[in-house]
Ligand binder design. Structure first.
Ligand code: HEC
Ligand code: HEC
Ligand code: HEC
Ligand code: HEC
Length: 496
């Protein structure tokens, strides 16, 4: 073969390859254009799978939140929790969060939501659906907030079906990010630092998450059409720090429940993830939730946002490494160290709190007076709120390491104060030798606190075989549920 022939063959191959490359770039461009073009989708299309034909990469990555499916039973890991939450739902069932795809499933299966037999029974109000599904903003928008917030949780069993999805964070008419829950705008208004309408695109990459990953309480207000609305409200009027919200709740004399053993008026911290993030190095530097939890991906010339919201450490290269120049090993070691520091104080706080509740129970038993107990119960209330604030805002040890340790330290201080006062009261009433029982397992702790665990599980199983099946059938008839959309998830994966 002469020189020219060789050159000719090489050029032909090169041209061929370029052709393929151009075709694939064009393909990519076509898809990119499709992503940017916004096809017509109904404003309240809550079936996430309906978005797949227009946004396959976003949908497919969203679907992968199903991969985070382990049940992590926190009551089993820390039996003290059963005592800390005695008389309240979290003593029955308390698991670490899983992927967004499980939000509705876990809400139905939690022993906390009980075993309703019709649309008027069950322990929880409708508000318990608020952070679980795109059907929530739909009902709020079409029926009004007061109507959404009135009634029992079971009222919406066949209306709230699809897990956290596209319409929770987007307006399908424009596909722009949108906050679809009014209480967040109201919370920001009350705090008085930033208005939602002034939020930049970068702010919105956090605000969509702050619809749900925040502290809230249920505020009771009369519904003009009858009944009482129990509305999700953000307690931010005094600020978003732990002491600010504590003051807010104290001023209202608010309590979530009365502790079954110590009789302390308790506040349950929900998950002030957004508030904690604000106090950390990333929050202060404007690094948004999406910067770490929803990195950009580049596939075949198509740039899109990865919707598999999970632990960013599963993919350090496309998250942390966008900004940091240390080795992955160094970074993971730093994080493990932060977690170990938190765990040490976390466990100390929990042990003191459990002992304080049990010692207070004993003090009542041996005749302590209300006047003697009041300052002790206030210490317990504040100590537990602070401990809870630091650890329920998962995982604040990473989002805001210093604030987490500070808040835990104040929790230990206050629980310690309660126990010093309790020692005196117990001595005065002749019970100075009282030692709180050891909490060796979830079962032991549930027996000590008198929780009818077996009954709760039996009732729940009846609900799952009965009313729950009817909800799914009704939702299918209403055209909002497609059973094949949940085929790939293992149903009824629980802690019991
Ligand atoms: C928890 C909130 C959240 C949910 C749920 C969500 N998205 Fe997104 N989505 C985002 C964020 C944040 C961005 C990045 C927007 C930006 O920075 O401009 C985004 C971007 C997008 C974009 C713009 C192109 C891109 O990839 O950046 C599309 C299209 C999109 N999402 C589609 C969907 C679809 C389809 C679903 C449902 C299967 C969905 N999203 C669910 C938060 C969400
Ligand atoms: C509509 C409410 C809602 C919105 C909006 C929302 N989340 Fe969540 N998120 C939840 C709930 C509820 C869970 C727990 C689901 C479960 O355990 O079944 C959760 C779980 C998580 C988890 C744990 C996942 C795992 O695999 O363990 C992460 C991480 C997370 N959310 C981050 C975010 C980020 C980041 C955003 C914003 C981009 C966001 N969430 C927006 C409600 C929401
Ligand atoms: C700088 C990166 C970064 C930012 C910004 C960030 N996160 Fe995270 N987030 C992480 C890492 C890393 C973890 C996992 C830590 C661990 O458990 O090892 C995590 C875990 C979580 C979890 C999972 C908890 C669990 O137990 O499964 C939730 C929920 C969460 N983040 C929500 C948020 C929200 C909401 C925001 C914004 C207000 C946010 N994150 C901002 C890095 C970040
Ligand atoms: C968008 C950029 C960005 C991303 C993504 C990001 N960081 Fe950072 N990180 C920063 C900035 C900015 C600071 C503050 C630096 C300073 O104060 O000097 C910081 C500080 C830190 C610190 C020291 C402060 C502290 O809280 O202890 C650690 C550790 C850290 N980042 C870890 C991570 C990890 C792990 C990830 C991935 C999950 C991550 N970062 C993702 C920008 C980023």
């Amino acid at each position: 073969m002469n020189k020219f022939k060789i050159l000719f063959v090489i050029s032909a191959v090169a041209i061929g390859l370029m052709g393929i490359l151009i075709a694939s770039i064009n393909e990519g461009k076509k898809e990119q254009a499709q992503i940017n073009s916004v096809p017509k989708i109904d404003r309240w299309e809550t079936r996430n799978e309906e978005f797949r034909k227009h946004y396959p990469r976003q949908y497919d990555s969203w679907k992968q939140t199903e991969k985070s499916d382990d049940i992590d039973d926190l009551l089993k890991e820390y039996p003290e929790l059963v005592v800390l939450f005695a008389g309240y739902g979290f003593a029955k069932d308390y698991n670490a969060p899983r992927g967004h795809a499980y939000a509705v499933e876990d809400n139905r299966n939690s022993l906390r939501t009980g075993a309703p037999v019709d649309e008027k029974t069950g322990p929880m109000p409708t508000a318990c659906w608020t952070c679980k599904s795109p059907e929530v903003p739909k009902i709020m928008a079409t029926k009004g907030d007061a109507e959404y917030y009135t009634g029992k949780w079971s009222k919406y069993g066949s209306d709230i079906i699809n897990p956290i999805g596209c319409v929770d964070c987007h307006n399908p008419n424009t596909m722009e990010l949108q906050v679809n829950r009014k209480y967040l705008a109201e919370g920001l208004e009350a705090e008085g630092k930033m208005k939602l309408e002034d939020a930049t695109q970068q702010d919105m990459r956090t605000m969509v998450c702050a619809q749900c990953h925040v502290e809230y309480y249920f505020k009771k207000t009369p519904n003009p059409k009858g009944g009482t609305a129990v509305a999700v409200t953000l307690p931010w009027a005094e600020g978003t720090g732990v002491e600010d919200m504590e003051r807010y709740y104290d001023n209202l004399d608010f309590k979530d429940w009365t502790h079954k053993i110590s009789r302390a008026p308790m506040i349950k911290a929900q998950h002030p993830g957004y508030e904690m993030w604000k106090t950390g190095a990333h929050g202060k530097n404007g690094v948004s939730c999406a910067d770490c939890h929803m990195p950009y991906k580049n596939e075949g010339g198509v740039k899109y946002t990865d919707h598999k919201i999970a632990n960013p450490l599963d993919d350090i290269a496309s998250t942390c490494m966008n900004c940091h120049r240390v080795s992955e090993k160094e970074l993971t070691e730093t994080i493990a160290e932060k977690k170990a520091r938190k765990d040490e104080l976390h466990k100390k706080a929990m042990k003191h709190l459990a002992a304080a509740h049990l010692e207070a129970g004993k003090a009542w038993e041996v005749g302590a007076t209300k006047a003697e107990m009041e300052p002790i119960l206030l210490d317990i209330r504040h100590a537990q709120w602070r401990w809870d604030y630091a650890v329920a805002s998962h995982p604040a040890f990473f989002h805001a390491p210093e604030e987490t340790l500070r808040v835990l330290a104040t929790a230990i201080d206050k629980a310690g104060n309660a126990r010093i006062k309790l020692a005196k009261v117990l001595a005065k009433h002749g019970a100075s030798d009282y030692v709180a029982p050891a909490l060796t397992s979830k079962k032991v702790a549930q027996e000590i606190t008198g929780l009818p665990f077996k009954q709760l599980v039996d009732d729940k199983k009846k609900f799952q075989k009965g009313l729950l099946k009817e909800w799914e059938k009704d939702a299918q008839e209403k055209g909002i549920y497609n059973p094949s959309s949940t085929k790939s998830i293992e149903k009824l994966k629980t802690s019991y």
